[in-house]
Design a protein around this ligand. Structure first.
Ligand SMILES: Nc1ncnc2c1ncn2[C@@H]1O[C@H](COP(=O)(O)OP(=O)(O)OP(=O)(O)O)[C@@H](O)[C@H]1O
Ligand SMILES: [Mg+2]
Length: 506
């Protein structure tokens, strides 16, 4: 039962909230009101201050000024645990799970169910199972080590954990950044259930479709200030983007290259013939210079594994691979990088960046490690790359950990550009980056193609795959389920991805 005292008024009110880091104001005089059962969208460009606002609410950071009222009572949390106990929980943008512990241990960390003085694993596992079950999560077992879960599954565990606190308010910071179609659907259902219980949700996402699907009201942050709070019904994509970036945006995806007959005739840059390993089988494909090829498929279909294999991180054990017509089957990323194959991954924390090093050191890390002779020239190019990606940072000596999530992703891109790749493998390249930066990345991909490089891109965002690809390869169960031309519909892609068969002929 919702507390009647709460149900009558706002469950969360924020007034005059300000915060600065190292003398730079990142949030200024922010105000926000959430009613019980309301889903409130919080949007804005990378570095606008969305995560900072959530961290102030959660007690991760301390505010410089302003008021936070929960159920009408002023609160002042020194630590996220206090926020949880008061009924405010948060799904953070960066994962906070302990990889060596099980799902159940992570959910109940610090509040393990006990029998007498002892932690009861049996009780903990059964309560976790109950929780996952009540949220309709069938695929994750409480006893599995978090390390063994996919990024998407870890995200689902984070969400389940936040829900388990019986919160009155749940903040979610880009909860779908790692999720694909069916899991996003699962999150929608979880949110619908929470809404019914009267839980208020503060929802941060760069995916406008979700914002409009889920939110009752939308607050736009720009440069740390609230520029508007409106009912979602009063806004559309164009008007919202305009509020976020301060200018209208015409073409989201750049034009595809005119693919004349000569493009088809060019010698392939990458060829695979009957390639396979533990996760993949019978992969045959060829990629020509100047092409952007999208790889679609459900989570677990082998999309990322395909890129990992080409990159030598999880090499093929069968079949053949050629690069520029020469047999080349990289046994390690180092070998792949030497052949100017770049791989931009989805998990910037684990694979992409050294958070406690500077932007510049991160940008040069691959070049230094693999082709040290090229470091000076790469170093000269770094400032240009960063300004074309519109990285928001104090300077290039700033530690990466202090950048916003989206700006960290741009640093990952920059460090791979530094090797001047001929083949670029992209795994969820725009995860977590804002509309303006997304467009910059799309243009960059097109520029690659125009320079005669080739791009192989995995993305869970179908509009992105369709909008960017000259051809789309669809994977299902580790095999190629089919190929679609540019301009294919989401339905066609999904049909192949789910392994749905064509109409039976009588
Ligand atoms: N701990 C910190 N120390 C210094 N600066 C910080 C810290 N946390 C955030 N910032 C800065 O505050 C600004 C706002 O960052 P924040 O993470 O809130 O942005 P965001 O809106 O969540 O962006 P994104 O969409 O990229 O996640 C950025 O300029 C960031 O560099
Ligand atoms: Mg953020």
């Amino acid at each position: 039962m919702p507390d009647p005292r709460v149900a009558s008024g706002p469950v969360l009110e924020v007034r005059g909230l300000s915060k600065s880091f190292f003398g730079i104001t990142v949030l200024q005089d922010a105000a926000l009101t959430l009613m019980p059962g309301e889903v409130h969208g919080l949007v804005g460009e990378n570095g606008a201050g969305k995560s900072t606002l959530m961290k102030l609410l959660a007690g991760v950071h301390q505010r410089d000024s302003g008021e936070i009222l929960l159920g009408g009572e002023p609160v002042d949390f020194g630590h996220p645990t206090q926020a949880h106990e008061a009924g405010l929980s948060t799904v953070f943008q960066e994962f906070n799970l302990l990889p060596d512990r099980t799902v159940a241990e992570n959910i109940f960390l610090g509040r393990e169910p006990r029998k007498g003085p002892l932690v009861s694993r049996a009780l903990m596992n059964s309560q976790a199972a109950q929780l996952l079950d009540s949220l309709g999560i069938a695929s994750i077992r409480p006893t599995t080590q978090v390390r063994a879960l996919s990024v998407a599954e870890q995200q689902i565990v984070e969400i389940a954990k936040a829900v388990s606190f019986n919160a009155r308010v749940i903040s979610m910071d880009e909860p779908t950044a790692a999720l694909a179609g069916p899991e996003v659907e699962l999150l929608y259902q979880i949110i619908a259930r929470l809404k019914q219980r009267g839980t208020a949700i503060l929802y941060v996402s760069h995916r406008l479709r979700e914002i409009f699907d889920l939110c009752d009201n939308i607050t736009v942050l720009k440069d740390g200030k609230v520029v508007a709070t409106r009912p979602a019904a009063d806004l559309d994509d164009a008007s919202l983007v305009r509020l976020m970036v301060g200018r209208p945006i015409s073409a989201y995806f750049p034009d595809k290259l005119p693919s004349g007959p000569d493009a088809r005739d060019r010698a392939p840059l990458l060829e695979l013939a009957g390639a396979g390993n533990g996760q993949l089988d019978a992969i045959t494909l060829s990629l020509r210079p100047g092409e952007i090829v999208g790889v679609a498929g459900l989570q677990g279909s082998g999309r990322s594994e395909l890129l990992q294999a080409v990159f030598g991180a999880a090499p093929f054990t069968r079949g053949r691979m050629r690069v520029n017509g020469r047999e080349f089957l990289p046994r390690s990323p180092r070998q792949a990088i030497r052949s100017r194959i770049a791989m931009i991954t989805e998990d910037r924390k684990a694979e992409g960046l050294s958070l406690n090093q500077s932007i510049l050191d991160n940008a040069l890390s691959v070049v230094r490690a693999v082709m040290p002779g090229n470091t000076p020239s790469a170093r000269r190019n770094v400032p240009g790359v960063f300004s074309s990606l519109e990285v928001v940072a104090r300077d290039l000596d700033q530690e990466v950990q202090y950048l916003s999530g989206g700006n960290q992703q741009k640093v990952v891109l920059a460090k791979w550009l530094a090797i001047s790749p001929q083949l670029v493998l992209l795994d969820e390249p725009t995860r977590g980056i804002d509309v303006g930066a997304k467009i910059a990345v799309y243009q960059l991909m097109r520029q690659f193609a125009a320079e005669g490089k080739a791009v192989l891109m995995v993305s869970s965002e179908l509009p992105e795959v369709i909008g960017m690809s000259d051809r789309i390869l669809v994977l299902h169960d580790g095999r190629l389920a089919g190929e679609l031309p540019a301009g294919a519909t989401e339905e066609e892609v999904l049909k192949l991805a789910t392994g749905a068969r064509g109409e039976e002929q009588p």
